[in-house]
Each structure stands twice: as C-alpha cells, then as structure tokens.
Design a protein around this ligand. Structure first.
Ligand SMILES: *Cc1c(COP(=O)(O)O)cnc(C)c1O
Length: 360
C-alpha cells in the first residue's frame, strides 16, 4: 500500500493509525457483531460512543460545563444561517469581520435575517492579512460579533481575539479546531465542520454557551434550532453516527499525541519549516503577511503560471498531492493539518529546494 502526502485543504489527510483502527472495527465493532454504521443511534453501544466522543472533546478543549457540545449536520455552511437565526434575536443586528470567502458567505447569509455591520475587511489585498480592529467601530448593541479564526483559503489566522465586551464572540474554527489552544470562555459560540481536522465530512461540531440557547427567530426550522439539538443530546433526529464515531477516534488520537498544546507545538514547528524556506527562497514566495500566517494552510506562489503548473505536476509525481491553490489566490497551498506528519513537510521542502535549483 502506498500512501501519498496529501496537502488537501479539505476533506484532508487523516492519521493513519485512526484509519487503521476504523478499518479493524469496520465490520464488527467490539463484540456487537455489527458495524457502527449499522447500529441504532439510540442503542447502548452507540450511546457510549457519542458520550465518549463528547467527553474527550470537552477534555481536549477544556470546555466548561455551561457550554453545550452539539454534533450536527449540514457542514460549516449551515452554521452561516443557524447563527443569525438563533442569535440575532435581540436587536436583529450583528458585527462581522470579513477575512475571506467563508466570512463573506457568512455575511451574505446573515444579511438575509438582519442587519450586518462589517467592522473590518482585508479584501483590498486579497485577504492576505487580518485587519486591525478598532473597538470604536464595534456596535455595543450587536447581538454577536463574528470572526473566522483560521482562513483556509487565504492562509491567515487570528493570533489575538477581539475584545467584544458583553457582545458574544462567535467563531468559525473549521480549519483550526484542535490545532492550537483556544480559550472557550472568550466565546459565545464556536463551530467547526469535521473534514479538515476532525475526521470525515458529515458532522459539524457546535460549542455554544447555554444562555444563548432558546431564542431563535419564530420561523426558524426545527432542525436549525440549537436548543432542540441541545435538549435532545444531538439525537433529535438520526445524527451522522459514523462521522461522530470517527471524530471520536481522532479525539483519542489527539489525546495520545499529548493533547492540543502538544499538537500546537508540533504544528508551529511544521509551519516554521515551510515558512522559513519560503522566506529564504528566491523563487517561492508566501502570500500572507508574517504576523498573521496560518499554522494550517500555507499558500505560496512561483513567479509565473508556467512554473506553478510545472511545480504542481512534478510534485504530484513525487507523491505530494493536492497542492494547487484556490482559484482566487492562484499558485499553491499546502494544508498541513494535525494529521500531516513533520516528515511530510520536510520532504516537501526538500523537493521545493530541488525544484528551485533546477528552475533558476
Ligand atoms: C471548509 C470551511 C467551511 C465550510 O464547510 P462545509 O462543511 O463545506 O460547509 C466554513 N468555514 C471554513 C473556515 C472552512 O474552512
């Protein structure tokens, strides 16, 4: 069996140990004689799986007791509507920071339900930085304040959270969950689709402070109400049982790696290997300002489109796949999530050095 180094932005690489464990349990889980996929979501066996997954995530992220953890469907994108439907419930307005395509989609969706105040944007420079925030531009009457913690497409991340006072901070951490420590208590709501750092696509994790539950707009569909899912322990309807099981295996793996702080250290080292090379190279160039560089998604370019295409093709032949950048940035993007081993980044950089020597 040959495994490639997969730099896909999502769905993305998963830890081999986890894939192998799932493979072992695929046909019969424990002594149940059936696959997790074939279990009733209300069975005792499945209850243990989902409860363990939640407990492990709570431990890993140090989630306080006054927060609910929900396992939902619909991807990160459904949250773009669920958040305003459930939280834009006092003054019918919210503050948003526009740091890329995912924020933009969130803004568009929220605009359907209330007034959106875009407090800052980095669109003027193709989202290559996190805009400086001025508290005076924040609306103290906003129902919440929305940020995208890690911008998967543009390769930026917040290193400092805005101080929003009593306005609940809402964060999209689809591409950085469990990659670095976050202080949950700074947030009213955090969410992440699974397919970047947590497992296969199909489950979305929402962490929501309990006092924010229960005031959804009247016309909110039942399935889009956080309180319905909270009251029913994510079992109002059939949850994505296999995806939750798989995310649970990833949580166990993260614990085995030493937890989030240990992974953060590894991730910082991995990212540094690539950024140091980009900073020293005369051919390759990073596209993001240094202080806002993502640990997870690293876009870079070569001087010409021809060289970009040549690099991507040659990299693929050598087992480095899915390096093509997003169409709005061009060039390349290496997504190096938790599951990407350090050796994968080192090997990529070795290959980049070789490519530079041959194409000067
Ligand atoms: C991938 C991604 C999304 C969208 O997730 P889907 O599950 O495809 O809806 C939203 N936000 C960020 C930051 C992402 O990386």
């Amino acid at each position: 069996m040959k495994r490639v180094y997969n730099f896909s932005a999502g769905p993305s690489m998963l830890p081999l140990e986890v894939l192998e464990k799932a493979q072992k349990e695929f046909v019969s889980y424990g002594d149940t004689g059936m696959s997790v996929m074939e279990m009733s979501h209300r069975s005792k066996d499945y209850e243990k799986i989902i409860n363990k997954a939640e407990a492990d995530l709570r431990e890993l992220m140090e989630i306080p007791d006054n927060y609910k953890v929900l396992f939902l469907q619909g991807g990160g994108s459904t949250q773009f509507a669920m958040i305003p439907l459930n939280l834009m419930n006092k003054n019918n307005k919210a503050d948003y920071v526009n740091t890329g395509q995912w924020s933009k989609k969130a803004i568009e969706e929220a605009s359907r339900y209330g007034k959106v105040n875009v407090v800052a944007s980095s669109e003027d420079k193709t989202f290559s930085y996190i805009p400086k925030l001025d508290k005076n531009t924040f609306d103290p009457e906003a129902d919440y304040f929305y940020i995208t913690l890690n911008n998967t497409i543009y390769g930026t991340r917040y290193t400092e959270l805005p101080d929003t006072g009593n306005v609940p901070l809402v964060g999209d951490m689809s591409s950085s969950i469990l990659s670095e420590k976050v202080d949950i208590t700074k947030f009213g709501l955090l969410f992440a689709g699974a397919q970047k750092n947590l497992g296969p696509a199909g489950v979305t994790i929402v962490i929501i402070r309990e006092d924010l539950l229960g005031n959804a707009m009247d016309f909110t569909p039942t399935m889009l109400k956080y309180d319905i899912h909270a009251k029913n322990g994510s079992m109002y309807n059939t949850p994505p049982t296999y995806a939750i099981y798989f995310a649970g295996l990833v949580f166990e793996w993260v614990k085995e790696q030493g937890g989030v702080a240990a992974l953060q250290k590894k991730n910082e080292e991995k990212a540094k290997i690539l950024y140091d090379f980009l900073d020293s190279s005369e051919l390759f160039k990073g596209t993001v300002v240094k202080e806002d560089r993502s640990l997870m998604n690293i876009p870079f370019v070569l001087p010409t489109e021809e060289l970009n295409a040549k690099f991507i093709a040659e990299a693929k032949e050598r087992g480095f796949v899915n390096l093509k950048g997003h169409r709005t940035v061009g060039g390349m993007r290496a997504s190096i999530y938790n599951a990407m081993p350090r050796e994968g980044v080192e090997a990529l950089v070795e290959f980049m050095k070789e490519f530079e020597a041959n194409n000067r």
